[in-house]
Design a binder for this molecule. Structure first.
Ligand code: GDP
Ligand code: IMO
Ligand code: MG
Length: 456
């Protein structure tokens, strides 16, 4: 007691990193349970910014255990880069533990992710091109390579050989597509495309070279490799608090999100059980994190999206540029239909509303309360049918805006009445209490809502 899951309530980038860092103060362990380096979680402490892709957002507390759970897909080069970056900044990573069962993102996963996107053309998902989908696909195909395989070169070589063989055809097609890819590489394709445009034969796809390279990563990661599920049990059974930090978000969930415009894992709270190795009754609380408005990176339906100066305001005031890919995030109004769905799906016990400060200067504020289908039907709940969702028109309630700069507010009474009314409206519509509001990126820029300060 207690296990607390932190989950994204929208399309990602809600501020999960900041909320995890805040709540971690009263926890003993922090566990990432799914996703990979498609995530970008930001923490701002004393004006210093940290961006984590794989490392749990509890790492800034050297006395707490930060774990990468079995449900995560891990690119060892990225992880080692993060570890080195933290060491340079004198952050102690001695308590980082990595599940021996986590799957590895291999160079061919990154290549296949980019190739898949290029092949889809206009229908592309807008993935981060970090190899996430192909890695989870190999896991399901039982062709995955796990962290523990890094510790035995013979096993590692055999497994890479087995995984590479069925990809030869796709990788051959890739080299044919190279010219096309070179063109694409300019627009945010980054790492994946850079690798794809390399001249053949690509040493990164050479069995021997890859085995050597990854065995080297194994040597470096070995002190951190552990049975993280057991570590979680020890903490929970000892009565300590464990935070389970979600990446991505509910509407990007592989099963429950806006498929196929989703990620390849399950970011919802229930997945913490599978991705960390705990039981459902180990979870005592689920904290959802939502922005005071909505954003989305990549393609897919987004009913409340704005293409006007209000959307521009959100983009600029909210610095809505992807932490991982630098892409502009699409911006829109708060969507209560989608939020209610996320609240129920995750059975949230509390909600955090971040970036309330960004709304200052927008008047009136609008909140989507229901959708209307093309045929005119009223939709109070999130439609499961993608065609309906694609064409659904939101209907809004208007609320008075506020002009006050909120960034120095620290208590509920500091907030203008309109901001409080906006939060009350969201809590009422979502059906869950708001416990915390964010008024700036800094960890101190929060307002606890209600009588109890903190919870854990
Ligand atoms: P995550 O992926 O959910 O952890 O979120 P990201 O780190 O990708 O994006 C959230 C961005 O908003 C980061 O740049 C944070 O520093 C910033 N942020 C978090 N909370 C607040 C807030 O309350 N107000 C403002 N203005 N920025 C915030
Ligand atoms: P955090 O944890 C926002 C999106 C991508 C794309 C889709 C699939 O920082 O909130 P993928 O590379 O996962 O196969 O891409 O999911 N996406 C995210 N959007 N925040 C994230 O993570 C995301 N991780 C993936 O933009 O639309
Ligand atoms: Mg992010």
């Amino acid at each position: 007691m207690p296990g607390v899951v932190i989950v994204g309530a929208q399309w990602g980038d809600e501020g999960k990193g900041k909320v995890t860092d805040l709540l971690a103060e009263n926890a003993n362990a922090i566990v990432r349970f799914q996703g990979g380096n498609n995530a970008g979680h930001t923490i701002v402490r004393d004006g210093e910014e940290f961006k984590f892709h794989l490392i749990p957002s509890g790492i800034l507390y050297p006395d707490k255990i930060s774990m990468i759970g079995n449900g995560v897909v891990l690119d060892p080069r990225i992880l080692l880069g993060e570890i080195d970056g933290l060491k340079r900044r004198r952050v102690d990573v001695g308590n980082l533990r990595i599940s021996a069962n986590a799957h590895l993102i291999m160079p061919y996963h990154v290549l296949l992710d980019t190739a898949g996107e290029v092949k889809l053309g206009k229908l592309s998902i807008g993935t981060t091109r970090r190899g996430i989908g192909p890695c989870y696909a190999d896991k399901a195909l039982r062709l995955g390579i796990r962290v523990q395989d890094l510790l035995d070169v013979k096993i590692l070589r055999k497994k890479i050989m087995a995984a590479l063989e069925p990809k030869q055809q796709a990788l051959r097609e890739l080299s044919v597509q190279r010219r096309k890819l070179r063109k694409e590489a300019g627009e945010g394709a980054r790492e994946g495309a850079d690798q794809t445009v390399a001249e053949a034969p690509d040493p990164r796809l050479d069995l021997h070279a890859m085995t050597e390279e990854f065995a080297g990563y194994g040597h470096r990661l070995e002190p951190h490799i552990a049975d993280t599920a057991r570590l979680c049990w020890d903490e929970l059974d000892g009565g300590h608090t464990v935070l389970f930090e979600g990446a991505q978000a509910t509407l990007l969930d592989l099963d429950h999100g806006t498929y196929p415009f989703v990620t390849s894992s399950n970011p919802i709270a229930g997945a913490a059980c599978v991705g960390a190795g705990i039981g459902p009754t180990d979870i005592d609380e689920v904290w959802g994190v939502a922005k005071a408005y909505a954003t989305r990176v990549g393609a897919g339906p987004f009913p409340t999206e704005l293409h006007d100066e209000v959307g521009r305001h959100m983009l600029e005031r909210g610095h809505e540029y992807g932490t991982t890919t630098g892409r502009e995030r699409r911006c829109g109004w708060m969507d209560l239909v989608a939020l209610r769905y996320a609240v129920r799906l995750n059975r949230m016990s509390a909600l955090t509303i971040t970036k309330l400060d960004v709304l200052s200067g927008i008047d009136p504020l609008r909140v989507a309360v229901r959708y209307r289908s093309r045929e005119g039907a009223v939709l109070d709940s999130f439609p499961y049918h993608q065609s309906i969702l694609h064409s659904a028109e939101p209907e809004y309630e208007e609320l008075p805006g506020f002009d006050l700069d909120l960034t120095d507010c620290r208590s509920e009474s500091d907030l203008p009445a309109e901001a409080r009314a906006y939060l009350d409206f969201i809590a009422e519509g979502a059906g869950v209490p708001i416990r915390l509001a964010g008024v700036g990126p800094g960890r101190e820029q929060v307002v606890w809502i209600g009588e109890e300060r903190g919870v854990l």
